[in-house]
Design a protein around this ligand. Sequence first.
Ligand SMILES: [Zn+2]
Length: 462
Amino acid sequence: MIRLYDTHAREKRDFEPADPERVTMYVCGPTVYNRAHIGNARPAVVFDVLARLLRHTYGDGRVIYARNVTDVDDKIIDAARAEGVETAVVTRRYEDFYLADMGALGVRPPDLAPKATETVSEMVAMIARLIDTGHAYEADGHVLFHVPSDPDYGGLGRRDREAMIAGARVEVASYKKDPADFVLWKPSGEAVIGWDSPWGRGRPGWHIECSAMIERHLGRTIDIHGGGLDLIFPHHENEIAQSRCAHDGAPLARYWVHNGFLSMAGGEKMSKSLGNVVTVGELLDEGHKGETLRLALLSAHYRQPLEWSSQLVAQSKATLDRLYRSLLPPVAKRGDGDPGEVESALADDLNTPLALARLGELARLGDVEATKRAAGLLGLLQEDPVEWFQGSASPSPDRVDPRLREEAGSFLDGAEIQLRIDRRAEAKARRDFAEADRLRADLAAAGIVLEDGPQGTTWRRA
Ligand SMILES: [Zn+2]
């Protein structure tokens, strides 16, 4: 039995899907206008582990996991304007980056990745229904959700009204009937992306997107809705209100699961103004393996705050070295392990610290089979152990069979490396960042670390 902490109930509850043949989960996805930072990666990795656990428990074809792509947003419009390109150029580029970055962290693509721009007609239909039922109104080219029309508004975070108005930092526009009212639809000028609607040419607000996508792809009520703690208010409160009011009171989700914040060393919030934003791409460029970053993200319980530091990354690398070393032949097996112990730790509200401790026990027993099976639930130890140690700074030489190394080896000479660096520079110049990333990843896999500097790119063997 899986138990999950439900933000709405404020307690751990047994997880019982409405239909065990069709378990549904939705997680709010990225707004694609820049590279994902390591804090953005936390929900992607956490809910990837939950999806793995659900599939393991209910069966592969019985879980539908959807994560949206927000590809229309004022930040995207600003970024496209700054570059002088169409918004689609920006969104496609950063969606590709997002998938590549998360893929490097071992995050499997969700079953569904609906785009906001492909769900506009559903949003328009839902907004029209909200107007018809008296929960929304048109004013000055905008359509707004009227918060006082929903007496249950704010039930998820249970904040009082004053705190919600202050916290929302909503502009108190003259056309709003109530300061807490939020935008469902807003007008688009000629030069801005927009769609025709009963309220004129415009574009959707952010919150309505998730409600419409869930309705279209998963149904009125889903089993699990996930996201970061920072989304509870206003985003999730607004999603709940829109969906419930459009669906005759049917609740949006049966379990609400939220991951905690990631901060930088010293407890500082990661922010552009503090200049301490660390992107997944930068960490990979520094030569860290995606799996190391994944383990670091899973080292704390998902609801706890996680402090990111180079020490955490180094510890995670050392842990993975130890785990991979236990898989290298010849293995001296000391006993039988039970992968179910790792599973039961995860089933208890995704207790990843306990699961990792138990995984370490399996590795110490030398039970390769049990270790690998259990690690699969965490999305770890998926690489060949010999390949893992290629180019590693601290392999245990006495445990590595040199013949195995040679077979798996793909030693590159300087000329070949330089050729690939040049190709990467060409790809970057034509803004083909996916290709540039692929070339860097290929080199990293062969133990070659690239360093971009003002004089161009240099390389060294890791
Ligand atoms: Zn959402």
